[in-house]
Structure formats: C-alpha cells, structure tokens
Design a protein around this ligand. Structure first.
Ligand code: HEC
Length: 127
C-alpha cells in the first residue's frame, strides 16, 4: 500500500501539466526549451529581433536572431540539429522541433485563406 502511494504521487504532480493543448505545450517549449528561450533572440513570434547593437572597429554591428517563422521545415530542422554561430545548441527531439515549428506557423492557414480571398477579388476587378 505504501508503495502504491509512491507510484501515484508523481502521476498526480505530472497530471497538472498533462492536460494542456499542443499549442500551449509548444508555446511553453518555445519560451523554455531546456535553456535560454528562443523568443529572447528571435522574437515572440519568431519574427526576428535585434538583441544588441555595438561598434567594432568603428563599424556599427548588431547581434540578434533572424526571422524563423517563414522557413521551410527542412531548413528549420537542420538549423536545430547543427551548430549555428551565436545560437545555443539545444538537443531537442524531433517531436519538440515539430512542436516549435507548429507554434511558429499557427497563423499560416489564416493568412492563406486571406490570400485566396484577395486573388478572387483581384479576378473580379479584372472582369
Ligand atoms: C542567444 C540567441 C539565440 C537563441 C536563444 C536562439 N537562437 Fe536561433 N539563431 C541565433 C543566431 C545568432 C542565428 C544565426 C544567425 C541568424 O540567422 O540570424 C540563429 C539561427 C537560427 C535558425 C536558422 C535561421 C535560418 O534562416 O537559417 C533557426 C531555425 C533558429 N535559430 C531557431 C531557434 C529556436 C527554435 C530557438 C529556441 C529553441 C533559438 N533559435 C534560440 C540566435 C539565437
């Protein structure tokens, strides 16, 4: 009986985080990917961000992360599995990478339908 409690207890602790949607999970992972959060260098939505501006030999330079919410999946995946200058190495699983990609592309479908509507309107104008 004592052992049963030991078995159940961790489950009770974990169950709180079990009932989150895939997007909530992805959003949390983006901000805390077992290391420094992606948003600190790439912006809250992966739009890119300048972290610091400085002068090196009187030439203005800047450091920051590029836009990462418009990349094809292969490029995104590869960047997270190779060493990238200026970026920490994360060692994420394939599922975690897919989840981050989902987070960065959550509004893509909406944009696409808007584009379709636009082209339909444009066609009407041509007529
Ligand atoms: C300390 C700052 C920093 C953090 C934190 C960081 N990155 Fe980066 N990242 C960079 C820099 C610098 C580059 C390379 C230069 C560039 O593309 O701007 C880069 C490049 C990338 C690229 C390749 C971009 C391309 O166009 O090929 C991807 C994808 C990427 N990061 C994703 C992530 C994800 C996902 C996270 C969180 C798990 C993350 N980064 C966290 C700084 C950072």
């Amino acid at each position: 009986m004592k052992y049963l409690i030991f078995l159940i207890f961790p489950y009770l602790l974990l169950s709180e985080t079990t009932f989150i949607t895939p997007m909530e999970y992805a959003s949390r992972l983006y901000k805390d990917p077992r290391g420094i959060g992606c948003q600190l260098c790439h912006g809250d939505k992966g739009e890119g961000k300048i972290v610091a501006e400085y002068k090196h030999k009187k030439i203005k330079k800047s450091f920051g992360g590029s836009t990462i919410n418009k990349l094809p999946y292969e490029v995104f995946y590869k960047a997270l599995n190779t060493r990238t200058d200026g970026m920490p190495r994360y060692f994420l699983t394939d599922r975690e990478i897919a989840s981050l990609y989902l987070f960065l592309h959550q509004n893509d479908e909406v944009k696409k339908t808007k584009e379709v509507k636009k082209t339909k309107k444009e066609k009407q104008v041509v007529k």
